[in-house]
Design a protein around this ligand. Structure first.
Ligand SMILES: Nc1ncnc2c1ncn2[C@@H]1O[C@H](COP(=O)(O)OP(=O)(O)OP(=O)(O)O)[C@@H](O)[C@H]1O
Length: 446
């Protein structure tokens, strides 16, 4: 491949693990499809190897076609809706490729940029790529963009769909890979000029038994802590993944579980502001002894091996918009059925597992089918400010995105911004509008 150097024994060990991931079964099909098309769609279950392997296949395809590539012109950018996923994937892929993080493989999230002129594969949040598009709307420094986890329907990935749609027409040399865990509006044949090929990677999930509570838990934090302890006391060996909604709750739960079970378990918190390299080892490495059970308490999940039990309280912290006040807030809200199924799926990767839902079967049937796109849960005035700042004179009504808001809502947002003095009669940002857009950008996209 591209790093011409002697590899360590660990490199070959990891290579063996990688070759067992489901995406490797379709590597040749992917390489051929990628080489023959400008856009490729890929759908694959959690843990099949999308995030870590596909960008490396892309590097291989580019190297096949360009024997002397110029790193400053053919960077592969892989977006993630969450920081924790971008950092974790970059570190893992650097290890898999036997390179130092920040050199050939890097990441860029929030205020942290671990990339360099040598970087050929950069993991970044979708918000960071959107910011880069402000200065470089055709994304000239990228040869390939891999958009990951588009099923999450984040605002930034949605806005990137409009930017990429234009860039792909202006730059026939730019390529796009869109990856998802399930079918998404990206796959509708009308969004791009022609229908892109779709590669489906079959999962290898074992059956997962779903257990509901007879009554919904009144205090989901308390119920989740008790369930984790009970699983350890009553269930055969196997690691546990507990979903909670934020750093504070995760810290409380970790403390309480550790206090109750002591060194019979290894309790690991997983949230973005706490993802040090040492923490990452604790999350992915098996427990120090087979008799010790690993319990990961997470706000969002990564594909972690060895999980057999999942505790799902049925909620997550989500952006919610309340039109009468125009305010956006992060509220603990019910997840969708699709999200509940993905959470359950985390239990069945290694062997048959169990998912303990801390709510009733009726509560599950009442959940919405899939996640509401973030653009529909956001204050559109903020979205207009972001677009105006990033794209200048863009005609918002002709800016097509995969998950479009109602066209009239754009008009209302523009009217309100004019009324506030953030936009002038020609639709340009005023000085006040520039200031407001800067604030909105840093709050929404970092
Ligand atoms: N940071 C890491 N450290 C160790 N192993 C990892 C790490 N990240 C991923 N892996 C391994 O690679 C496998 C594939 O993970 P990957 O994130 O590529 O899957 P995925 O299909 O993208 O899953 P998802 O859709 O849930 O993101 C995991 O099951 C795990 O074995």
């Amino acid at each position: 491949m591209m790093m011409k150097k002697a590899y360590s024994a660990r490199y070959y060990e990891i290579l063996e693990e990688r070759r067992n991931l489901p995406v490797w079964m379709q590597k040749e099909e992917f390489l051929k499809t990628f080489k023959e098309n400008q856009i490729v769609m890929l759908v694959g279950e959690t843990g099949c190897g999308k995030t870590t392997q596909i960008p490396q296949f892309v590097l291989e395809a580019i190297a096949d076609e360009n024997p002397n590539p110029n790193p400053s012109k053919w960077v592969v950018g892989c977006t993630q809706p969450r920081r924790v996923a971008a950092i974790s994937a970059a570190r893992r892929v650097a290890q898999e490729m036997g390179v130092e993080i920040g050199q050939e493989v890097g990441y860029s999230v929030g205020f942290e940029d671990r990339s360099s002129p040598q970087t050929v594969l950069k993991y970044l949040t979708d918000g960071m790529l959107l910011r880069e598009a402000a200065a470089d709307p055709l994304l000239e420094r990228y040869k390939v963009i891999v958009l990951d986890d588009v099923h999450e329907r984040s605002l930034a990935t949605n806005l990137l769909s409009g930017i990429l749609k234009k860039a792909l027409i202006s730059r026939p040399d730019l390529k796009l890979v869109v990856m998802s865990q399930s079918a998404t509006p990206w796959f509708h044949k009308d969004f791009f000029r022609s229908e892109p090929p779709l590669i489906t990677v079959p999962g290898r999930l074992h059956p997962v038994e779903i257990l509901y509570t007879p009554q919904p838990a009144m205090d989901y934090l308390e119920a989740a802590i008790r369930k984790a302890i009970q699983i350890h006391m009553c269930e055969p060996p196997g690691d546990v993944l507990v979903f909670l909604t934020g750093a504070e709750e995760i810290r409380v739960a970790c403390r309480r579980i550790s206090r109750s079970l002591g060194d019979q378990v290894k309790v690991v918190p997983l949230y973005s502001s706490f993802l040090t390299p040492a923490m990452q080892h604790m999350i992915f490495d098996p427990a120090p002894h087979p008799a010790v059970r690993k319990i990961v308490v997470a706000e969002a999940s990564l594909a972690i091996d060895g999980i057999v039990y999942v505790v799902d309280p049925g909620v997550s912290r989500q952006k919610v918009y309340y039109p009468p006040t125009g305010l956006e807030s992060l509220l603990v809200s019910p997840i969708s059925k699709a999200c509940a199924e993905q959470r359950a799926g985390r239990a069945g990767r290694a062997r048959p597992g169990k998912c303990f839902r801390l709510y009733t079967e009726q509560n599950f049937s009442d959940l919405s089918e899939s996640r509401v796109p973030e653009i529909c849960r956001s204050n559109l005035e903020n979205t207009v400010l972001i677009l105006k700042r990033l794209l200048g004179h863009v005609n918002l009504l002709s800016f097509e995105v995969v998950d479009p808001p109602h066209p009239e809502s754009f008009m209302w947002a523009l009217n309100d911004l004019c009324y506030l003095g953030a936009i002038d009669d020609e639709g340009n940002l005023t000085e006040l509008g520039e200031e407001m857009s800067l604030e909105v950008l840093s709050l929404n996209l970092l």
